[in-house]
Design a protein around this ligand. Structure first.
Ligand SMILES: *[C@@H]1O[C@H](CO)[C@@H](O)[C@H](O)[C@H]1NC(C)=O
Ligand SMILES: *[C@@H]1O[C@H](CO)[C@@H](O)[C@H](O)[C@H]1NC(C)=O
Ligand SMILES: *[C@@H]1O[C@H](CO)[C@@H](O)[C@H](O)[C@H]1NC(C)=O
Ligand SMILES: *[C@@H]1O[C@H](CO)[C@@H](O)[C@H](O)[C@H]1NC(C)=O
Ligand SMILES: *[C@@H]1O[C@H](CO)[C@@H](O)[C@H](O)[C@H]1NC(C)=O
Ligand SMILES: *[C@@H]1O[C@H](CO)[C@@H](O)[C@H](O)[C@H]1NC(C)=O
Ligand SMILES: *[C@@H]1O[C@H](CO)[C@@H](O)[C@H](O)[C@H]1NC(C)=O
Ligand SMILES: *[C@@H]1O[C@H](CO)[C@@H](O)[C@H](O)[C@H]1NC(C)=O
Length: 902
């Protein structure tokens, strides 16, 4: 019982005794919650919002689910039915108010009881509920709220069986690949799809009260929410507001909208009515324009300008709400590359405020398997800070997780990070039964309506890879023809497209990611080849090619997924597995590798570039997996570091390959590439995955590399296999030309220390805004293998002589280089700048490739640079932390390719 709440309610009823309407929110997450298993032998204290695994862990019933092999040991949890219960004491009300239960997210299949009476069945985690419990309330007394959850795994299995028996075929994927060690049939439950396991994550199909939960007490009318749409037309901003009101009886409601900073104040009133005994819900609209003389400042993505946001206040009587509003326009350009040659295909790029934007970013997966509000909020902010810090301007909110919170979208707007929003459908076909469509229509309607007015929203995509899966024949299906698959697919996503057009006429919608954009629509909703480089976006993965060579890559309009795995470093992994399991093919590590074939391909890819250990010298490079030492505990830490080097270079080359096709088309109409969004930013556990930030929030080498490969003014060099020439590109993503720049190219020989054997210098008058430009150099080599002898350092200086970017091309057959020629790298002076910042000097005598600075004490933060190649004797970097850590010089360590984790 919470006395403060009784007191508050009592006070409210006095205050509004003489007024028509009032409302109050009782936060039920603050009540004490208990939970128990179906046979009641397991019970404990629950957290709300929360989930069963966190509660079982917090109450001592299970070990940390993310440790060791617990993901396999805890499968019984998702087979259980669980009950959550709380009580709430309500004071006496003299106003005869209505009582409504507001549930933001119930995960997933549950029945809700108020004082023992069934009030709600829930079937979709992504739909909020507003339930009238007025008749069941006990005033001046204790009320019981109980939520009984059904096992999601058993539910989806039953639904899949029902489906197969009715339709005579299974609905793919039917089951996840065995190597995921997950559950089956996630496509039959409207629950975050990754919770049944993914190739980067374990299976924890949680249950629990996943969002806010309130008892909403009001009389007369309730101002539930408001949304707004902004449209720029004829030099003016037009706003369309929509107020969502619950009410009963007939009454007048009045609204006031204010944007104080713009001097905007608009009011209106409405008559609403519903039958006396029934609740009504009205969506009331108000349109107005912002006078030209008060034109707001535009909101710009990171790197293109300021992220100006205004406060918008709406009041319905004394009920007030506030949001942030930003002003930007977004357009998806899909005109023909050459109208005279339609076979060349179409552009696919976005304009923000009429300016073309090159999308530089990454893919976002949920921050956790679990629902711990405190921890997840901190993780989210750290990750979004890390995205903005390295110059990205977009994240793709991938379709196998969940729709993020309003706070999340607000934070992305504040940071200038655009959001490419998938609807939460991924790598599967979904039922198209009337029941399912009703569930998903409600979901898509609610979520788009909620998300549409967030300034950071760039585009909404109907799903992740479902179109590609049909055409790529990813699944063995019987009794289910491709034509029928297409029909079912189109039925669902055309409905979503319609909802999207209605709710967000000013934000683009694409049927899938990847898709061919307009071309997909023109081909009826499923393109013949959704991976066509001439249209829309593509996802690209290939582990059987040389990922360190520019020529390897395709030249699409937009690359919205690409990447390669790496292992977290030892410091992270040993927090999550026993030290004795820290070897490449231990059972524990094996069970964390969910990528089919990943065990083999990672070794092949790494040793295509990096030396096999001397312990394996008698073994051929391609048979390296047969060498016991490579998969032993003694080598694992170095192998993890190697994997991060491989990932960093693979992402670097691929990203810069896409960037160098900005505003450039090939003879056959390819190019004009405008997106580079790698897979994936973050992790849900410690395991080999595609992330660039590991689960303990340490930046991997690739995330440090990202700051370099995403720089807005950049220089990029690669060795052209066609003419054995060093090709150098200048990239300018700014909205202004880069003028009077100097380019300096040095050729260094490994045996020759830090002095270049050759230097070239160029003056470039202008790199126009939004372009890439090639610079042909005289640096020639007679064959590609000769490259292993050299290092090419390209530096870009601006007109005032300041260095603005540096690119180092390391040989892709690094194993051919004599590692004894690398420098001895050391920590020099360490200076504390302020509570959160240290300055660290690093010195070397010779070239120091893949220099890695680490800190013995854990910290949340990043070095301003790391994983770099030193070609000068001194480098100064800073360590920036979020929380104060007390550090001495002796806490820092540095190594390079010669000696890291040896
Ligand atoms: C009760 O359920 C738990 C969890 O499923 C199970 O481990 C336990 O064996 C059950 N106990 C009894 C007495 O059935
Ligand atoms: C939890 O379980 C124990 C053991 O069965 C039982 O004594 C206790 O009353 C239960 N507590 C709740 C809150 O159900
Ligand atoms: C396919 O259809 C046949 C004949 O109707 C049936 O026997 C078989 O079980 C079906 N297969 C699946 C996978 O449902
Ligand atoms: C809530 O339900 C009660 C009982 O069914 C009904 O009398 C009351 O009018 C309902 N309130 C609203 C606002 O619909
Ligand atoms: C939630 O996260 C916080 C901060 O990491 C932690 O202290 C707390 O124990 C967690 N709660 C649960 C239920 O896991
Ligand atoms: C560029 O450099 C030339 C000479 O180096 C100078 O005359 C000219 O003013 C410069 N232009 C700009 C825009 O800095
Ligand atoms: C291509 O470059 C031109 C010239 O700078 C620029 O006006 C145009 O906006 C660029 N196009 C794109 C798609 O960036
Ligand atoms: C050159 O770069 C430096 C360092 O970033 C900057 O301070 C300076 O303003 C730049 N000069 C010009 C002309 O852009």
């Amino acid at each position: 019982m919470h006395m403060s709440q009784c007191a508050r309610l009592f006070w409210l009823s006095l205050l509004f005794y003489s007024t028509e309407a009032f409302n109050d929110l009782i936060d039920l997450s603050l009540q004490p919650w208990g939970f128990w298993s179906s046979n009641k032998t397991i019970n404990g204290t629950g957290n709300v919002p929360g989930d069963i695994y966190s509660d079982l862990f917090a109450s001592g019933h299970i070990d940390n689910p993310l440790f060791g092999e617990n993901h396999l040991n805890l499968r019984w949890v998702a087979e259980e039915d669980w009950t959550y219960r709380t009580t709430v004491y309500l004071g006496k009300e003299t106003q005869q108010p209505g009582y409504f239960l507001d549930l933001a997210s119930v995960d997933t299949i549950a029945t809700v009881y108020w004082n023992g009476e069934k009030v709600l069945h829930t079937r979709n985690q992504f739909v909020p509920y507003h339930v009238n419990v007025t008749d069941l309330i006990i005033e001046s007394g204790e009320n019981e709220l109980m939520i009984k959850f059904k096992s999601p795994v058993r539910y989806s299995k039953r639904r899949a069986e029902e489906y197969a028996s009715v339709f005579g075929h299974k609905l793919p994927p039917d089951c996840n690949p065995d190597i995921y060690h997950g559950e089956c049939h996630q496509n039959f439950i409207r629950k975050a799809q990754y919770s049944y396991a993914w190739d980067w994550g374990p299976s924890f199909p949680t249950v629990g009260i996943a969002g806010d939960i309130y008892l909403n007490v009001y009389r007369g009318q309730l101002f539930h929410d408001f949304t707004f749409k902004t449209r720029f037309n004829n030099g003016k901003w037009h706003l369309q507001m929509e107020f969502d009101v619950f009410h009963y009886g007939s009454r007048t409601v009045d609204f006031e909208v204010r944007i104080p900073e713009l001097g905007v104040r608009e009011t209106d009133y409405y008559r609403v009515s519903s039958s006396k005994s029934m609740q009504g819900r009205s969506k009331l609209r108000l349109k107005f324009s912002i006078p030209i003389e008060k034109e707001p400042k535009r909101w710009w993505p990171n790197g293109m300008g300021e992220q100006k946001l205004y406060d918008i206040h709406v009041a319905m009587g004394y009920q007030k709400k506030q949001k942030k509003i930003g002003f930007k326009t977004v357009e998806l350009v899909q005109d023909y590359i050459d109208p005279k040659k339609p076979e060349y295909g179409r552009n696919f790029y976005f304009k923000i405020n009429d300016v073309p934007i090159f999308l530089k970013g990454t893919n976002w997966i949920p921050v956790s398997m679990f629902r711990n509000t405190t921890e997840n909020k901190a993780r989210t902010e750290f990750l979004l800070d890390s995205v903005a810090e390295v110059g990205m301007n977009v994240i793709r909110l991938w379709g196998g997780g969940y729709y993020e919170s309003n706070e999340f979208y607000d934070y992305t707007a504040q940071k200038g990070i655009l959001v490419w929003q998938d609807l939460m459908f991924a790598c599967a076909l979904y039922p198209t039964t009337e029941e399912f469509i009703k569930l998903t229509d409600a979901e898509v309607y609610t979520q788009i309506d909620r998300i549409a007015d967030h300034t950071s929203l760039l585009v909404v995509a109907g799903n992740n890879e479902n179109e590609a899966a049909i055409r790529g024949h990813w699944w063995k299906t019987s009794n289910y023809t491709e034509n029928q698959q297409v029909k079912d697919y189109v039925l669902l996503y055309k409905r979503f497209a319609k909802i999207a057009k209605e709710l967000m006429p000013n934000v683009p919608f694409v049927m899938s990611s990847p898709s061919n954009g307009i071309e997909t629509e023109q081909e009826g909703g499923v393109a013949k080849n959704p991976y066509d480089n001439r249209y829309g976006d593509i996802h690209y993965y290939n582990e059987f090619v040389n990922l360190w060579r520019d020529e390897t890559y395709l030249t699409p309009r937009c690359a919205s997924e690409y990447g390669v795995q790496s292992y977290p470093l030892r410091e992270t992994m040993l927090n999550w597995i026993n030290e004795s399991d820290w070897e490449y093919t231990s059972k524990t590590m094996f069970h964390r590798q969910h990528h089919p074939g990943g065990i083999a391909t990672n070794l092949l890819m790494i040793f295509q570039h990096l030396p096999i250990p001397s312990e394996c010298k008698s073994i051929k490079r391609e048979d390296v997996h047969q060498c016991k030492y490579v998969t032993s505990n003694s080598y694992m830490s170095r192998l993890a570091y190697f994997s991060q080097i491989h990932q960093a270079i693979a992402l670097k080359v691929q990203t810069l390959h896409y960037r160098r096709f900005r505003n450039i088309t090939t003879e056959d109409g390819l190019g004009n590439t405008m997106c580079a969004m790698y897979w994936q930013l973050n992790d849900v556990w410690a395991a080999p995955t595609w992330s660039t930030i590991d689960f303990d929030q340490n930046w991997k080498l690739a995330h440090y590399e990202a700051r370099r490969f995403f720089a807005s003014s950049a220089i990029y060099a690669y060795a052209d296999e066609a003419d054995f020439n060093l090709k150098v590109f200048l990239l300018n993503d700014h909205m202004t030309p880069l003028q009077n720049v100097t380019v300096n190219i040095q050729q260094l020989s490994w045996g020759n220390g830090l002095d270049p054997i050759l230097t070239e210098e160029f003056h470039v008058d202008s790199v126009p805004a939004g372009t890439s430009q090639v610079l042909n150099t005289e640096m020639k080599f007679s064959k590609m293998t000769e490259l292993s002898e050299y290092l090419y350092v390209s530096t870009l200086y601006n007109s005032t002589g300041d260095k603005i970017h540096e690119d180092v091309l390391v040989p892709d057959f690094l194993f051919e280089v004599d590692f004894n020629t690398f420098g001895d790298v050391r920590i020099g002076d360490v200076k504390r700048i302020d509570e959160l910042t240290y300055e660290v000097n690093v010195t070397t005598d010779k070239v120091s490739p893949f220099t890695w600075i680490s800190c013995k004490k854990p910290f949340i933060g990043w070095f301003t640079d790391n994983g770099f190649h030193m070609i000068q004797t001194l480098r100064t970097v800073r360590l920036v932390t979020k929380v104060e850590v007390d550090l001495q010089k002796s806490d820092f360590e540095v190594c390079n390719l010669k000696n890291c984790y040896v």
